[in-house]
Write a protein that binds this ligand. Structure first.
Ligand code: ADP
Length: 283
């Protein structure tokens, strides 16, 4: 993840995001907006193809803000985001998104949710090709047998499998995941993390994932982007994760660098979170 590497698939260049507040009387008269909020400032990252990148940082630092701009759901205030050298100006099928709350269509079955995405993105595919793609991705995420169930009839873990299958079924170049396991209980979460590692081994797609979990980031990532607290959050450090693949929890914990990396991440997160809390209570 060199700065401005020409081989990068995705680059953010000096990206800043300001949320503009309402102008009060004083700001109107003085011409200054008093409550504009700089969420993130001057973020530059280069992401090479086929890498799994996690973004970690204290709550509210701007991780989703950054991911939403990469997804094209929200514009940058300044700076630009390039996909294969071309500026991102909106959402596109080259980026698949997995949301924490699944964002499935509740009236559609598992199969219909995935099929709808494929048909929308590839309207020219024959029904047979669509069916093949849907079936392949249902198998990939281990949902065979649950095709005709509705989201309310399946567990949270299964719903997120649908979310992952739907995002991958449109063959995106990059998979964007915003705390994909955040709503799941610890056991389901651990199980699904290992599933994502298995799927990643098969597909080796570029992934950008937001997480709060140090263990999750260490299990899945090639690189971990650690952000400072906001406002005006920046990149503090980018860690390289050297564990060989395929990985599982037991093997990575035995790696000589595991505990040092974990300690470094813990100390970063505690330091940043402590500062956020201190600011909140006015110390
Ligand atoms: P994270 O994902 O790291 O928890 P977010 O990206 O959701 O953080 O938010 C970063 C900061 O930007 C927070 O202080 C949040 O309140 C603020 N923010 C996010 N979206 C908006 C918005 N639409 N308008 C104003 N402020 C926002």
């Amino acid at each position: 993840m060199d700065t401005f590497s020409s081989s990068a698939q995705l680059s953010t260049r000096n990206v800043t995001k300001v949320f503009y507040g309402k102008k009060d009387l004083f700001s109107r008269l003085s011409g200054k907006a008093s409550n504009d909020f700089i969420a993130i400032e001057d973020i530059s990252i280069d992401i090479e193809p086929n890498t799994f990148v996690s973004i970690i940082g204290p709550s509210g630092c701007g991780k989703s803000t950054l991911l939403n701009m990469i997804a094209g759901l929200s514009p940058t205030t300044s700076g630009e985001i390039l996909l294969n050298g071309v500026p991102i100006t909106g959402p596109g099928p080259d980026r698949g998104m997995v949301f924490q709350n699944y964002a499935l269509m509740p009236w559609m079955t598992v199969e219909e949710n995935i099929r709808f995405a494929v048909e929308t993105v590839y309207p020219k595919l024959s029904p047979k090709q669509v069916q093949h793609t849907v079936k392949e991705h249902i198998q990939l995420v281990g949902l065979t047998g649950a095709e005709t169930r509705h989201p309310h009839e399946i567990s949270g873990g299964m719903r997120q499998r649908v979310g992952i299958a739907r995002a991958l079924a449109i063959s995106p170049q990059i998979l964007l995941m915003d705390e994909p396991f955040g709503a799941l209980d610890a056991l389901t979460r651990g199980f699904l993390q290992e599933e994502v590692e298995r799927i990643w081994e098969q597909q080796r797609k570029t992934v950008i994932m937001i997480t709060h979990s140090i263990e999750e980031a260490l299990l899945l990532s090639d690189r971990i982007v650690m952000m400072t607290r906001g406002p005006a959050a920046r990149i503090d450090e980018i860690l390289e994760v050297p564990f060989p693949r395929p990985r599982n929890r037991e093997t990575i914990e035995q790696h000589p660098e595991y505990h040092a990396l974990k300690a470094e991440m813990e100390s970063h997160l505690y330091r940043e979170t402590r500062a956020v809390e201190a600011a909140r209570i006015g110390r």
